[in-house]
Design a protein around this ligand. Structure first.
Ligand SMILES: O=C(O)CCC(=O)C(=O)O
Ligand SMILES: [Fe+2]
Length: 208
């Protein structure tokens, strides 16, 4: 009986890890395509190979739950900008991800089967010399709900993490907006007590 249980556990574990592996492969392809689209929009196709060589991937599973004795909606992840390049958010059937528009309105992203939300982060905003903006977003759920999400992201690689816009994006009309910075030094600062004090930490850290 015990052996049967162990075999079942191993089989389910290998099915789940297969599923996660396949999910990661598809998300990686999708993110590479979105990076390519961004570079094409900016006329920087020539930079694609070197840009992608400086990129790694990360995947995170999150479970959010409120104190079930409380009722009403509550912000379970406060407003923030992601520090990395791009993230694909997969929400299961409980939504809750809200994005702030440029005029300060919060719009909710309703989960639609087989669709995802793509968020651009500060590293890509700095790399594109702010041709693309990183939006503030937050997660809000009802007291009685449990919410799961998968966040699959592109991040600068540990060995090549200097963020510097290509020279084509800097000229008289578009002066450099962020001085060159090392991504992981910035992330360490951003999540420190000092970094948490600033409303716009990237601007404080390396705004030109
Ligand atoms: O769970 C979500 O929908 C978004 C999570 C998020 O914004 C984050 O992890 O940075
Ligand atoms: Fe986020």
């Amino acid at each position: 009986m015990k052996l049967y249980g162990l075999i079942l556990t191993i089989v389910s574990f290998s099915m789940v890890s297969n599923l996660v592996w396949n999910y990661a492969i598809h998300m990686k392809e999708l993110l590479q395509m979105i990076h390519k689209m961004v570079l094409e929009i900016l006329g920087l196709e020539d930079h694609y190979n070197s840009h992608m060589e400086s990129i790694d991937y990360s995947m995170r599973f999150t479970k959010y739950y409120n104190d079930l004795s409380e009722t009403g909606t509550k912000v379970v992840m406060p407003s923030h900008k992601d520090p990395n390049y791009l993230s694909i958010i997969g929400q299961h059937n409980i939504g809750g991800l809200e994005i702030e528009t440029s005029n300060g309105e919060w719009i909710s992203t309703t989960p639609i089967k087989n669709s995802f939300t793509v968020l651009l982060g500060e590293a890509f905003m700095a790399w594109t010399n702010k041709r693309f903006q990183a939006p503030c977003h937050r997660v809000k759920i009802d007291g009685s709900e449990e919410r799961y999400s998968i966040v699959f992201s592109t991040i600068p690689s540990f060995t090549n993490d200097v963020i510097n816009p290509p020279k084509e994006l800097v000229d008289e009309e578009h002066p450099l907006l962020f001085k060159s910075f090392k991504y992981y030094d910035y992330v360490n600062f951003r999540f420190s007590d000092e970094g948490e004090k600033h409303k716009d930490t990237l601007q404080f850290y390396c705004g030109a």
